[in-house]
Design a protein around this ligand. Structure first.
Ligand SMILES: Nc1ncnc2c1ncn2[C@@H]1O[C@H](COP(=O)(O)OP(=O)(O)OP(=O)(O)O)[C@@H](O)[C@H]1O
Length: 362
């Protein structure tokens, strides 16, 4: 049975020359969690993963695994294993020797390491291919060999750097489900770096959204989607309208957001500290056509684009001070009352659907 290590990242930074790739991040990943590090290219995901693995030195701060500070440990002493994007399989070795490789490095005798390698190949349903070389396998099979090879040391945490990026879209979705199943059955901590919002949403217990070397939000996917902490998160996850404006409080204590040249919006939320300017997020699928209900919110604008998507229709609308506002309307609602480009329409949403977004302090 594998142990699952809690990973504790404490004020960790990574500096390469004049570039700060990771800027004082702190994060606790409970043992047995599937954690996805998500963010745009260059935001520091891979550097963070490599510092957990010990493949990259830590410029400042500490990494703890379980209760052990591993900051200065070499990779093999950390209880972690890493699966690389390219799989890094040895082309001239068969699958058994590929999988057994790290046990050979540890000086474990041939029979014992081959027996363990066969166990791992069985776990990955690859025992029938044991004598093949990597080039004689499909992409999905190669990925399973790389997983077997990473898991043979019984790691407490598996670190995966874009593990699905080499696969075609169909296989990607299948292997994604297999990764999740594997993590659940092993019960160990997985940390998985990805560019893909969809992949992170599908897999993670915790999504960590990074931007410019910092963590914008770390939470369950549903929390990230329903309560994005910052404008960056709302925009990056997509499916949200983000509106900037000036904040005031009404006499009743409600927060009002005035957009330039536009109407006042009322917003709810408790993210961060409010300054005199703020952003609010409104989910595109929570917007409907029609006037606001008594307690609802909305504006009048002009339709600039209509896009049919099968089960839904995407409308783009410009209003006073608001550009390119998106509403996703079900096909049924849309075709009951179709609208055309150029038409003036009212859009509305519930008061609870306007989320005030926080800002990271710099
Ligand atoms: N060895 C290095 N030397 C100098 N700068 C580096 C090095 N490795 C990474 N960087 C820089 O650090 C920043 C973060 O890189 P990192 O690879 O961690 O980002 P990432 O989020 O994983 O990006 P990607 O998704 O493109 O792999 C980038 O600006 C990158 O150019």
């Amino acid at each position: 049975m594998h142990k699952a290590a809690e990973i504790d990242i404490v004020s960790v930074s990574k500096v390469y020359g004049s570039t700060t790739a990771v800027d004082t991040i702190s994060l606790k990943i409970p043992g047995g969690t599937y954690c996805c590090l998500l963010g745009p290219s260059g935001c520091g995901k891979t550097s963070t993963l490599r510092m957990i693995a010990g493949h990259e030195s830590i410029s400042s701060g500490d990494v703890r695994l379980g209760n052990v500070v591993v900051t200065d440990f070499p990779p093999a002493r950390r209880g972690t294993a890493m699966m690389f994007q390219s799989y890094a399989l040895f082309p001239h070795l068969d699958l058994v020797d590929n999988v057994a490789f790290s046990l050979k490095m540890k000086g474990i005798d041939k029979d014992a390491r081959r027996a363990k390698a066969m166990d791992m190949l069985r776990l990955m349903q690859l025992e029938a291919y044991a004598t093949r070389r990597p080039a004689q396998l499909s992409g999905g099979q190669q990925q399973r060999v790389a997983l077997a090879r990473a898991l043979i040391t019984d790691p407490e945490a598996l670190l995966l750097d874009e593990p699905l990026s080499a696969l075609d879209p169909f296989l990607k979705i299948r292997m994604r489900a297999e990764l999740k199943k594997l993590q659940t059955s092993l019960g160990i901590t997985f940390v998985h770096v990805t560019h893909s919002q969809e992949e992170a949403m599908a897999l993670a217990d915790i999504i960590v959204i990074m931007n410019d070397g910092r963590i914008e939000q770390a939470a369950h996917p549903r929390v990230v989607f329903e309560k994005p902490a910052t404008a960056f998160v709302a925009r990056f996850m997509g499916d949200h309208n983000v509106i900037s404006g000036r904040v005031t409080k009404s006499q009743g204590g409600e927060m009002m957001l005035s957009v330039p040249a536009g109407a006042d919006f009322v917003a709810t939320g408790d993210n961060g500290e409010l300054t005199d300017t703020a952003d609010i997020a409104i989910r595109t699928d929570h917007v409907r056509i029609g006037p606001p209900s008594e307690k609802g919110l909305g504006f009048t604008g002009s339709v600039t684009n209509v896009e049919y998507r099968g089960s839904s229709v995407k409308l783009s609308v410009n209003g006073a001070g608001i550009e390119d506002f998106t509403a996703i309307i079900t096909d049924k609602d849309f075709f009951a009352n179709p609208v055309k480009v150029g038409e003036a329409i009212q859009l509305s949403w519930g008061r609870e659907d306007a989320i005030v977004l926080g800002r990271l302090k710099h």
